[in-house]
Design a protein around this ligand. Structure first.
Ligand SMILES: C[S@@+](CC[C@H](N)C(=O)[O-])C[C@H]1O[C@@H](n2cnc3c(N)ncnc32)[C@H](O)[C@@H]1O
Length: 271
């Protein structure tokens, strides 16, 4: 377990954190009263968040299985979140036990749980980096201790990019993703999902306002803005689509029947 400031990471319970708010929506126990308060405020203005969290988590599992079944054996998952089984390494190593997985997140509570994430199979490996996605040099340098970037890697940022702004906001999320993708070998895959205002704009705007007021900038993106993340890559079918419609299994069809989920998802291959 490594990272830029892993040793000094402290859990701050004075303000809500995205990983813990998401954990509350998923029915987890790794959250504090401040997180529950924000999670409930957002739920009150956007009643899609509970099924949205569930649907998003299931997308991560399906997408991981798809790229693993396509032959990818190396995974870099940034914005990992608090463990909720099955986790990405369990899905990947369930398909191919030799799969190597590196997780990265900037939240100290995820670091605290990293031990639980590190139980890989005997042949494969699972590592954890405590770092910010905006520090690609650190993440890629530390990931390279486990992963061979000369071979295909599945890079996943699932429900992460809506916490990152555009160039005008100082983050340049599109430029940042380009930097990561440039370093990937041909045959690598990019797995993404993110919140959109396209389907229920009023509710998402209010939810985003709650996030911002709590100290977490939040950037829902349109279909066109989200699709730009995949520029230069070959989208796997069915392309960019609301998350539960991405290669759905029976449980996803059931979630779709419950109502909209304002999250886009897509998986693309680097030619
Ligand atoms: C909504 S959770 C998604 C968890 C998991 N990827 C999933 O989809 O189930 C977002 C995660 O991104 C992490 N995160 C947010 N901003 C980040 C940043 N700048 N660098 C690294 N991780 C970040 C949060 O700590 C949280 O664990």
């Amino acid at each position: 377990m490594t990272g830029s400031d892993a040793a000094s990471a402290r859990i701050d319970t004075s303000r809500p954190h995205p990983a813990r708010v998401y954990d509350w929506w998923l029915g987890g126990k790794d959250n504090y009263p401040v997180d529950e308060e924000l999670a409930r405020k957002i739920l009150a203005v956007d009643d899609t968040v509970l099924r949205g969290a569930r649907a998003n988590r299931r997308f991560m599992q399906r997408a991981t299985r798809v790229v693993a079944e396509a032959g990818i054996r190396q995974f870099l998952d940034i914005g990992t979140g608090i463990p909720t089984e099955p986790n990405l390494h369990q899905v990947a190593q369930g398909v191919a036990p030799e799969s190597r997985v590196v997780y990265a997140d900037n939240d100290p509570i995820v670091l605290r749980h990293a031990e639980a994430l590190l139980h890989g199979s005997a042949k494969g490996s699972t590592d954890y980096i405590h770092a910010d996605v905006r520090d690609p040099d650190t993440i890629l340098r530390l990931a390279a201790r486990s992963l061979d970037f000369g071979q295909p890697v599945a890079l996943s940022l699932v429900a992460l990019t809506h916490y990152l702004g555009d160039a005008a906001d100082g983050d340049d999320v599109h430029g940042l993703l380009k930097r990561y993708v440039e370093l990937l070998a041909p045959g690598s895959c990019l797995v993404l999902s993110q919140v959109t205002p396209d389907l229920n704009p009023g509710s998402i705007q209010k939810a985003a306002e709650h996030f911002r007021r709590s100290g977490t900038p939040f950037f829902p993106r349109s279909l066109a803005e989200f699709s730009r993340f995949f520029d230069g890559l070959e989208l796997l079918g069915p392309g960019v689509i609301p998350v539960s419609g991405w290669r759905p299994e029976p449980e996803d069809v059931a979630v779709q029947a419950e109502g909209i989920v304002p999250v886009y998802a897509g998986v693309a291959r680097k030619p």
